[in-house]
Design a protein around this ligand. Structure first.
Ligand code: RBF
Length: 164
């Protein structure tokens, strides 16, 4: 469904697995921190609502979205972490940095996920404007951090079921 029609915070609460026994890593880009810290708050609140214990949420910060790949890799490499959520915000500027960063981080976290055989969730907003990013980090289109947290819990449950 196109994002414009979807509220990123809308989901069926009952269909989200319990996170009681799960340990989740979150890596947050500091670039556009007004947005990314709001994504992080949304993710943490959602994880806690679904039973993840605060001590089982590990948050680390990297300078920008480009660094999310290696930051995710360092967390994914830890045996005790079930899934990693990568949170960033890349806003279209006047240069081609946007394309390079988006391409690098999307490919990078996919590689980490496949290398470590565990979920690494793409919680990166890629928008034309700051306002579009605000709308998706707790504004009128919800919060992508919430969506990322729900995705992490669903994928953790699937991994445990299939891999065990
Ligand atoms: N990082 C982001 O997370 N979001 C951005 O919108 C963003 N824009 C950038 C624009 C330019 C021109 C540059 C040089 C960097 C930008 N970065 C951005 C930072 C990037 O992800 C990375 O931290 C730095 O390039 C250092 O590797």
């Amino acid at each position: 469904m196109a994002t414009i029609l979807k509220n990123l915070s809308d989901y069926d609460f009952e269909r989200v697995p319990s996170g009681e026994t799960m340990k989740i890593g979150i890596v947050v880009a500091e670039w556009n921190s007004e947005i990314t810290f709001a994504l992080c708050r949304g993710a943490i609140e959602t994880l806690i609502q679904h039973g993840v214990q605060e001590k089982n949420i590990v948050v680390e910060y990297v300078p920008g979205s480009y660094e999310l790949s290696v930051g995710s890799q360092w967390l994914a490499a830890r045996n005790d972490i079930d899934a990693v959520i990568a949170l960033g915000c890349v806003i279209q500027g006047e240069t081609r940095h946007f394309e390079f960063i988006c391409q690098a981080v999307s490919q990078g976290i996919t590689n980490v996920s496949l290398k470590y055989n565990k979920p690494v969730i793409f919680g990166v907003l890629t928008t034309d404007t700051q306002q579009q990013a605000r709308d998706r980090s707790g504004g009128k289109h919800g919060n992508k951090g919430v969506e990322a947290a729900v995705t992490a819990l669903k994928m953790c449950e699937m991994a445990r079921r299939i891999k065990s």
